[in-house]
Design a protein around this ligand. Structure first.
Ligand code: NDP
Length: 280
């Protein structure tokens, strides 16, 4: 039976380090958070960001713009935050209304204040192995893997999902650790090859958003399974991996909820503390 790889204890340790680095700054760093439109999911995410920020001595400044906000107006708002010296980091909450292109928006956040690591300059640094910070979810997955004490060098790692926000940055971080990496996506599934790749994974990471996509019977005995997916099924939240069956075969498995999720906000705050330190 697999050990549960819970995010909370890992997050608690990292929070202690963040508290110390915030204290050593000698000022209260500020994170500006911008939301456009209404979304229950991001409202909940904002609430947990605010709570963790307060816990760590970070000033969380939230602004909400209307659902009709134009791209130009949001860019203008971000530029004001870029030039505000009392703001150390900027996060734009997702999803954005349909009229706003997130890639354009993230390119307008000053790279030094980009706490999500999604500005092209920061993605470029990640590619070159020179990034100070990593996109939050990808960073959270790396911390969970690290907490198992597993050396990724030469390991068969299979990553399912290649989104700009999760899969692609995570692929770069895994390659940096010399994992033997296979990246699967919709093309892999359509070619009928997802199962064969998953079956040989010593470390399996799934970030798709489809409940039950990965059958528990596909999991290799003794594998580490990190399930990033979040899916609502009836009144329950589940991941992308069939948990009960997978738990019988894996050595470690993340619960959903309670695995990657609790760490993501902590990684955001660590990125903010790093940004504030670099700006000093
Ligand atoms: P996206 O929808 O942007 O990306 C999903 C990825 O899965 C794409 O690369 C897509 O490929 C691939 N995909 C879709 N269908 C299949 C399939 N049948 N087989 C294989 N691959 C497939 O989602 P995100 O990356 O933003 O998020 C992924 C999941 O992680 C979601 O459930 C999200 O809620 C969750 N999440 C959780 C976080 C946390 O903190 N726990 C944080 C962020 C996300 P293609 O693009 O080619 O179609």
């Amino acid at each position: 039976m697999a050990k549960l790889l819970e995010g909370k204890p890992v997050a608690e340790k990292i929070k202690e380090q963040i508290k110390q680095s915030v204290q050593s700054l000698g000022f209260k760093p500020a994170l500006a958070s911008v939301m456009a439109g209404e979304n229950a999911g991001s409202e909940a995410y904002v609430k947990s960001q605010k709570k963790v920020a307060e816990e760590l001595g970070i000033d969380y400044r939230f602004s909400k713009l209307g659902p009709d906000t134009s791209e130009g107006k949001l860019v203008g708002f971000i530029e004001e935050l870029n030039s505000d010296k009392s703001v150390n980091g900027v996060i734009v909450q997702l999803p954005l209304p349909a009229q706003i292109d997130y890639q354009k928006i993230s390119g307008h956040i000053c790279p030094d204040k980009d706490v999500e690591g999604m500005h092209p300059v920061n993605i470029g640094k990640l590619l070159l192995g020179k990034a100070r910070i990593a996109p939050c979810t990808a960073g959270a997955v790396m911390e969970l893997l690290n907490s198992t004490g597993t050396d990724l060098y030469g390991k068969e790692v299979v990553l399912v999902g290649h989104s700009e926000i999760v899969g692609k940055p995570l692929a770069l971080l895994l390659l940096d650790k010399f994992a033997t990496l296979t990246v699967c996506h919709i093309g892999t599934s359509r070619a009928g090859k997802l199962e064969e790749h998953v079956r040989r994974a010593e470390v399996l990471i799934v970030a798709v958003g489809k409940a039950g996509l990965i059958k528990g019977s596909w999991i290799k005995q003794g594998a580490i399974v990190i399930d990033v997916g979040i899916n609502r099924v009836g009144d329950k939240i589940v991941g992308d991996v069939e948990f009960e069956e997978a738990q019988k075969r894996a050595a470690y498995i993340t619960p959903v909820p309670g695995g990657v999720g609790p760490l993501t906000v902590t990684m955001l705050m660590r990125n903010l503390a790093e940004a504030a330190k670099a700006q000093q």
